[in-house]
Ligand binder design. Structure first.
Ligand code: NAP
Ligand code: MG
Length: 400
């Protein structure tokens, strides 16, 4: 067959360890034989981040903003042990943090479902996508241990030095704890726009929940900003697409989510999203089957797997052993990016290829051919045949 043509290139960000190995295998086996792949390549592997003093991450982020669609391999976020292992001159920042700051985006995580792996919650039939506001609140809070008796106050001083309010938080009669947290309208607005944009793009309802009944200024601000942006910028498009935006108190949302069939996006404040995304992804079965996409308020998309670089598998691979690392989330990052690029450029063949690639993966899994991590999750309708990553990719290629 003639290779499927692309118009605009994807921004490609290579990464580290086992996922870097799988990245190349996916390209060689599943993409390059079929697609005339056009990418603008950035090597975000830790060695190159060190060599370029992390400039490569900045360059990649600006390219992601310019071109609009990117695909990223998992990368190491250095800690002290990595500084020693790689002889780093600095503990470079998390690449995902840098990209997110430059795109001003929100991360959406969604599981890949299989008919023979059942979520821990029996009635979940369709994916639940979690959108976490990754800015502010307790993650940027200032906190103290209160040593003993005394007054804690909340004070705001204007730019010109005037105090515009002073409120007593608590008159301490004994030791305790104290915390001041904040958020910004601009960040909440970006979060809201990313959520509404992604809901329209994926044709799913959007739910949003906070504790606004208790937090009458802080959480209510989130509720009002979402409602205002919905009414002014998105209501017409939502109604036309037959979609709903639904706000409810977080306690009520939790109950409704558990009773639901899935098939919607659940937007959450920073801490709620941190906790709920781990709960929901665990309930769906496997981190290796979790996809992730960063969406900016102005509609730029960066696709990746939700898992890390699978270090332990890489150490075994380096010793010459073959591993059974699950490539699904990384393949779906590529298919997601190719589909989006195809939609934006009006390339039906490219969109069709992304669909077929995903279908080929699902078909192979349905025959029982799978990586080892999935075997313990299967029900009795399938007879699992565990294979290595390379055998799994070969089976997908044959199917494709
Ligand atoms: P991880 O790489 O996600 O791996 C944690 C464990 O989950 C693995 O040891 C493996 O369990 C299992 N697992 C994850 N993905 C799998 C897959 N595709 N197939 C099979 N099993 C899989 O998380 P980590 O060990 O905490 O982090 C490793 C490195 O990744 C760190 O340097 C971290 O900074 C980085 N990281 C990057 C990203 C990102 O770029 N988005 C995200 C998270 C972490 P078994 O060993 O039991 O098989
Ligand atoms: Mg967490």
């Amino acid at each position: 067959m003639a290779k499927i043509q692309m118009k605009t290139p994807l921004v490609e960000m290579d990464g580290d360890e086992m996922t870097r190995i799988i990245w190349k295998w996916i390209k060689d086996e599943l993409l390059l034989p079929f697609v005339d792949l056009k990418t603008v390549y950035f090597d975000l592997g830790l060695e190159n981040r060190e060599k370029t003093k992390d400039q490569v991450t900045l360059d990649a982020s600006y390219a992601a903003k310019e071109y609009g669609v990117s695909v990223k391999c998992a990368t190491i976020t250095p800690n002290q042990q990595r500084v020693e292992e790689y002889g780093l001159s600095e503990m470079w920042k998390s690449p995902n943090g840098t990209i997110r700051a430059i795109l001003d985006g929100t991360v959406f995580r969604a599981p890949i479902l299989l008919p023979f792996i059942h979520p821990a919650v029996r009635n979940w039939k369709r994916p639940i996508t979690i959108a976490r506001h990754a800015y502010g609140d307790i993650y940027k809070a200032t906190e103290y241990r209160v040593p003993g008796k005394g007054k804690a106050e909340l004070v705001f001083t204007k730019e010109n030095g005037e105090t515009s309010f002073r409120k007593t938080v608590y008159d301490f009669e004994c030791p305790g704890v104290l915390q001041g947290s904040f958020n910004k309208d601009a960040s909440i607005e970006s979060f809201a726009r990313s959520c509404f944009t992604y809901a329209l793009n994926t044709k799913q309802d959007l739910w949003f929940s906070t504790k606004d009944t208790i937090s009458k200024q802080y959480d209510q601000t989130f509720k009002f900003i979402f409602q205002d942006i919905y009414d002014r910028e998105f209501r017409t498009a939502f109604e036309k697409a037959g979609l709903t935006y639904f706000y409810t108190l977080i306690d009520d949302a939790v109950a409704r989510v558990i009773r639901s069939e899935g098939g919607f996006i659940w937007a959450l404040k920073n801490y709620d999203g941190d906790v709920m995304s781990d709960m929901v992804s665990t309930a769906f079965g496997s981190l290796a089957m979790m996809t992730s996409v960063l969406v900016s308020p102005d509609g730029k998309f960066e696709y990746e797997a939700a898992h890390g670089t699978v270090t332990q598998h890489y150490y075994r691979y380096r010793k010459g052993e073959s591993t059974s690392t699950n490539p699904m989330a990384t393949i779906f990052a590529w298919s997601g990016a190719l589909r989006k690029r195809g939609e934006l450029d009006g390339l039906n063949d490219l969109v069709g290829f992304a669909d077929r690639l995903e279908q080929a993966c699902i078909s192979v899994l349905n025959t029982g051919t799978m990586t080892k991590d999935l075997v313990p999750l299967c029900d009795a309708t399938v007879e699992p045949k565990p294979v290595t990553t390379e055998q799994f990719l070969a089976a997908i290629r044959a199917k494709l």
